[in-house]
Design a protein around this ligand. Sequence first.
Ligand SMILES: [Zn+2]
Length: 234
Amino acid sequence: MLKIIVGREPESRQLKLKCGKTTKLMGNPGSVPNSVSREHVAITVDEDADRYFIENLKPANEVLVNGISVMKREVGLGDLINLGGDRYPVRVGDIVSSFVKEKVDISHLEWIYNNYRDTVLKEQKKAQRVNLFRTISSLLTTSAIASGIVLRDVLENNPIYPVLYGAALIIMLGITIWTFMQSNNPQKNRDRQDRFLDEYSCPKCGISFGQQPFKQLMKRGKCYNCGVQFKKIR
Ligand SMILES: [Zn+2]
């Protein structure tokens, strides 16, 4: 939890931001009118929940948020505040970013990761099925040859012989075509992986998070490359 006191610095007439023992000045000297108090509003930052609140520090102070007069309320980083009768404008985000490190939202990466992992798992299961059918088809071939040799005398003048072999041939052909159609297209797999590596990346610096599971990323809390912090997901 951080509290930033915002007001006018009387000497330079800049915007003064005070947070604990740190003071920072914003804007050009002389830019802040006297209608802004020395301690005009407080912005409270709840870092864990990523929430921001504004509080008017004196009832006599005029404070507008997006054009509406307020005493105390929750605000967003994009909200525009106007201070004092002259309505000195400043963005909540500009005040907060002076003291709080930037955070990026990576919640969309959860879906990208899960979706890719599910697809890869499905492909692996399909590959298993294809392998099973290949094994069956080679067993059939072997047994057909073996039975042809062993049962030669029995089958020789039997009219069922060509029917049996014809049927076996059709089954084999079917299995071969089916497994061929089912087998993974390496180009498609590579394209999918490339797309994943591209999408599953840091919104700030663009580096790919590769095969790091989403949960691990959130546990780490920041990008290993540029160090930007990730917003917690509520
Ligand atoms: Zn990064």
